[in-house]
Structure formats: structure tokens, C-alpha cells
Write a protein that binds this ligand. Structure first.
Ligand code: ASP
Length: 424
């Protein structure tokens, strides 16, 4: 009998040991972070059909049931905001969605928001939210490339990764994020670059970095609609028909997805210059993925023609920024600065400088300064001397230079300032 008791005691210990090391995450007494899920549809909510699948069919409740592990990381609640393929995403959803996310985060009841979304336009929604959410709490969009009923659906693992990401303390104050292929990307850089891969998002380098917080971006609470802005795609022997159609339809802005360095053929250039005179804002972006479009060193005289260069933003993100910009101003210099430096409501004030915008310097997020030496139109060392004064004055911890890339033909003169960060 005694032996049997020893045996059972031993067995109990083995089971206990197993439960804590191999079972669920260690149980902690800390309350779990609270995450609110807003479901909008996409392939993650899709179901198979005879020819492929339909997006936006399954409810968020069903999606969550497939991933019980989520509750180890967060306390979740959810709402079905809409259930569509993200090819049908539009301003009429973006505006109430941004308002809803702001409301949820301001309520004080939640630590983060997770949005399920189709992958086709995820980068656009993420960028829109990045410019309109005024809380540093984490916001992440998550999708899938296979429908929810596929044997090897990728949605569950992406959901788990997304929840694990936003409950971490270092997710606070980041850009809005996108989670796909088990990876996490920031909204400014993310773009879809593969129509079929399970890992369909890539990143470009971005000129400006914009964590959403109380002092950045646009306020959409009182907006019912956004100004109409369209995109026209450039190609060899581009016709002007599409461009003209948008002007005649009364569009307030046109983004041209130009060839190469944002170039337009002569007929389109003439039309665009005429459109500027009739009050249409024209942004030159590019159909090329990397490198961006800048006024300096290119073939188009933006100053003379009244165009705006898109910087590192692709056409679809340029469209979003232009729509939002037009809700705030029609001053072309201000809109140019949005494209060049981001949208900040707080600037660094320095002794002897009436407005630090002249130096291309902005405080972003938690006392980080963003500088754009080229935009400042001053010699880098002048900017540097003035900004050095800002360190003790503002307790600034980090300086980011505008461009990390120095080999570009536009920016080779920035070579010598690239290591300035270390001086601070
Ligand atoms: N068309 C789908 C959507 O964007 C594609 C996807 O989610 O992967 O909703």
C-alpha cells in the first residue's frame, strides 16, 4: 500500500510538472490586456466555392472559435463592423472605422485594437488609420491569403501572431501595424507585392515615420465625406482620356502614377498644368516600387508647374494623404510639407528660430525629433547647431535624419550628415 501511495505521489508530481511546462502559457495573476476586435471581412473571413472562394462570408465569432489560444494572451471582445472583400473598402467605411477605433481607445476600457481585413487594400486602411487615430495604443490589421475553411488556412496563425504582438509593451506608440505571413509590418512602409504568396507584404523605405498619437495626423470626427481624389496610371504612349475624365468630373485632386521618377508625357503634363490652374491638386507619384519621387534632381519643375512630389508614398497612399490634406488646407506648401515630412501638429521651437519648420524639424511621438535637411534649405551644420541646443531644452532622445539612402542621385550631398545621430 505504502508503495502504491508513493507511486501515486510520484505520478501526481509528473503530471503537475508536465502541466506547467508543456501545457498552456504559465498562468500569471496579472490581468490580461484587453483587446477589442473589429471585423471587416476579407479572405480571413472567406469560404471556398467551386471556382475558388468568396471573401467576407464568415462571422468574427466563427473565426475566433478556430483559435482558442488567443485567450491565453488577451481578454477579447469583438464586433462585426462589416463583412466585405477589401476591394470594396471605401471612404464611407474608413471614416466611421477611424471614428470607432478612436472611440474604443479613448474609452479607457481597452489596451489595443485588432482589425480583421482583406489583404488587397490593407495597406490603404492601415495608412488611413495611421493618419487619423489619436491614441498611442497599438492598432493592428490582420488578414489571410487562404479562406477560413481551407485545410491549411493561414488566418489562425496570423491572428495569434497579431494578438501576441499588440499585447507587448513595445507595441505602444508604433505606426498602425499589418500582420500577414506570420510577420508584422508598419503601415507607412507596408504594401502588397504578391497576388498569391502566403507572405504577400513587402516594405519600402519611408521618408517619415508617423506613430499615431494625440499630436499627429488629421482629425476626422466631424467629417462626413472626403474630397474626391483619383489615380491615373502612366504608361508608354499614355492617353489623356482618364486624366481628363477626372478633371471634368470635378475631382479635387489627381495622383499620377507616373513612369520612372514620376514622369508624365507631354500631353499629360500640359493637361495637368492646366488642371492646377483650375484648382486641382496634382501629386506626382510613380508606378515604380522603390526610390520615391522628389522635386530635386528630377525632370519636372514642380515649383513652376504647381505639382506636388509624392516622396516615398506610392500612388494609393498618396491618394489617401491628399484626400486628408484637402480636408485641412488648400495651401500647396503645407500639403508639400505633409508629403515631405509627415503631418505633425507640434513643432520644435528653438531660440532664434521663429518656427522650426524652417529647419525641417518636428517632434514626433515621445520627444523624438524628425529632421529634413533638404527641406530646411539650410546647410546641414546650421541645422545641426540649432538642434543641438534642443537636446538639453527638450530632453530629446533621438534624431532621425530624413534619408537613410545616400547613393540616390538626388541626395548624394547628404552623405556627410548621415552619422549625425551619434553626436546626440
Ligand atoms: N480580395 C480579398 C480581400 O482583400 C483578398 C484577401 O483578403 O486576401 O478582401
Amino acid at each position: 500500500m505504502k508503495h502504491r501511495l508513493h507511486f501515486f505521489a510520484f505520478l501526481t508530481l509528473v503530471i503537475l510538472f508536465h502541466t506547467t511546462t508543456w501545457g498552456q502559457e504559465p498562468i500569471s495573476n496579472e490581468p490580461l490586456p484587453k483587446v477589442h476586435i473589429i471585423a471587416t471581412g476579407g479572405t480571413i473571413a472567406g469560404t471556398s466555392t467551386d471556382i475558388g472562394y468568396d471573401a467576407g462570408k464568415v462571422s468574427i465569432e466563427t473565426i475566433l472559435q478556430a483559435v482558442p489560444e488567443l485567450t491565453h494572451y488577451a481578454e477579447l471582445d469583438y464586433e462585426q463592423f462589416c463583412n466585405i472583400g477589401s476591394q470594396d473598402m471605401s471612404e464611407s467605411i474608413w471614416l466611421p472605422l477611424a471614428k470607432r477605433v478612436n472611440q474604443v481607445l479613448e474609452s479607457g476600457k481597452y489596451d489595443a485594437v485588432l482589425i480583421t481585413h482583406g489583404t488587397d487594400t490593407m495597406e490603404e486602411t492601415a495608412f488611413f488609420l495611421n493618419l487619423t487615430i489619436h491614441s498611442p495604443k497599438p492598432v493592428i490589421l490582420v488578414g489571410a491569403m487562404r479562406p477560413s475553411d481551407a485545410v491549411d488556412a493561414d488566418g489562425p496563425a496570423n491572428l495569434l501572431k497579431a494578438v501576441q504582438t499588440i499585447v507587448k509593451p513595445d507595441a505602444v506608440g508604433k505606426d498602425v501595424m499589418c500582420c500577414l505571413g506570420g510577420k508584422v509590418y508598419e503601415a507607412g512602409a507596408a504594401f502588397k507585392n504578391d497576388t498569391h504568396s502566403l507572405d504577400p507584404i513587402a516594405e519600402t523605405s519611408v521618408d517619415w515615420y508617423l506613430p499615431h498619437n494625440a499630436n499627429t495626423g488629421f482629425f476626422v470626427d466631424n467629417l462626413k465625406e472626403l474630397p474626391e481624389v483619383g489615380i491615373v496610371y502612366g504608361y508608354g504612349s499614355s492617353s489623356t482620356v482618364a486624366f481628363e475624365a477626372l478633371v471634368n468630373a470635378g475631382y479635387k485632386g489627381i495622383v499620377f502614377a507616373g513612369v520612372g521618377d514620376g514622369n508624365l508625357n507631354q500631353a499629360t503634363l500640359d493637361l495637368a498644368a492646366k488642371a492646377v490652374k483650375s484648382g486641382v491638386m496634382i501629386v506626382r507619384s510613380s508606378r515604380i516600387t522603390y526610390g520615391g519621387v522628389y522635386t530635386e534632381g528630377g525632370e519636372v519643375d514642380d515649383e513652376k508647374l504647381g505639382f506636388i512630389a509624392s516622396g516615398s508614398l506610392n500612388p494609393q497612399k498618396s491618394r489617401i494623404l491628399l484626400m486628408l490634406a484637402l480636408t485641412a488646407t488648400r495651401d500647396i506648401d503645407v500639403i508639400r510639407s505633409y508629403f515631405r515630412q509627415g503631418v505633425f501638429t507640434q513643432v520644435v521651437e528653438l531660440p532664434g528660430v521663429s518656427n522650426a519648420r524652417q529647419l525641417g524639424g518636428y517632434i514626433i511621438g515621445d520627444k523624438k525629433v524628425r529632421m529634413d535637411f533638404t527641406f530646411a534649405k539650410r546647410k546641414p551644420f546650421q541645422c545641426l547647431l540649432l538642434f543641438r541646443k534642443a537636446v538639453p531644452l527638450f530632453g530629446i532622445r533621438m534624431i532621425r535624419t530624413s534619408f537613410g539612402v545616400t547613393e540616390s542621385r538626388h541626395r548624394s550631398h547628404l552623405n556627410d550628415i548621415i552619422t549625425l545621430d551619434s553626436l546626440f
